[in-house]
Ligand binder design. Sequence first.
Ligand code: UDP
Length: 405
Amino acid sequence: MLEEYRKIAGSNAIDEIQLIADRLKGKTVLHVNSTAVGGGVAEILNRMIPMMTELGLKPKWELIKGGDDFYAVTKKFHNALHGHEQDLTPKDYQVYKDTLKMNMEGMSLDYDMLFIHDPQPAALIEKRNSSKNKWIWRCHIDISHPAEEVWDFLKQYVLKHDAMIISAPNFSQKIPIPQMLVPPSIDPLSDKNKELSDEEVKKIMARLQIPTDKPLITQVSRFDRLKDPVGVLEAFKKIQHYVTARLLLVGGPADDDPEGAAVLAEVRQMADGNPDIIILCLPPTSNIEINAIQRASSVILQKSLKEGFGLTVSEALWKGKPVIAGAVGGIPLQITHKYSGILVRSIDGTAYWMKRLVHEPEYARRLGENGREHVRENFLLTRHLRDYLLICLYLESGKETFIRL
Ligand code: UDP
């Protein structure tokens, strides 16, 4: 499987991974997060785990289990870490602690390396019983300005880890454990990102009943306020009379997320009766469909107001598409303004660039091309895997402050 990446990522990248992995053969590695499908973390783990196995490590992936009350609390944590004060009651904190306690009882944590993804499983560290096992808290979200109360609560767990990994430089914190910058990645060979012929793209678009007679301006995102689908709609409405194009908003069904359902309802209402606005809910396994939609689009948006990294940006750039995205979280790592995409800070800015990119396809093509090369260098799964392996090696090596290969 790894060999297939040689052509795409370059031979050096693969040789380097093998060299590092040789030093970690037989090591057991546990990844814990809260969902097997949907969202960026699951997307990455789905591919990372088989690659680690192929390299001779022994990885395992476990999920935190919890009821609706637990997910309501962790959703509040999520929003609070993004800087939005939440109304958290003592009962909420208790639900979190009780759920984690239950999970600890059913889960073996006896691994050489443990990657604990995001706040949901953070308290598993309470079961740590040896300093030999290395625990890493892998934070995928924007914690540049967290609401203090929730961050203080989580910090008690985070500080018991051996290191924290963040996705962008400005998420770093004043804490006494090492912090490492590891942006996430996309897999160029997954159904979501692999090459598709024009024929295949056409077929999928026809099956999804998405008309392609006008240029498509697309945002693929959960229906979440922080992804700002409402702002996208407002921007599109501003230019609609001057541009021949359709707006396509693609998201999940949002059944299990009351906030998501409210955002979806609002967006549907705003789009009502507007024939050039398409809102599409796809099941979370629709990888090849998302791939085809991104490829069929003329311009891709990711107008987030807050963002961890924003995998959809790299996904679109990898397909050579011009991307207009909010200048937040990890997005500026992926886009250099007017070179490998467009960074925006307002609805008016978004509207201006939407119109310009539809009207200047040659400029748009150049942005996409530069973006693709930037992703090849920095955001493919192989670079991500190398970083994780290097961190394992670093923590394993104990006192050493650098690693000799
Ligand atoms: N995604 C999807 N279907 C959807 C919405 C999103 O498959 O309806 C995928 C998207 O292609 C990307 C991931 O989910 O791979 C979202 O990751 P991102 O970092 O952009 O945002 P997150 O949802 O993790 O905040």
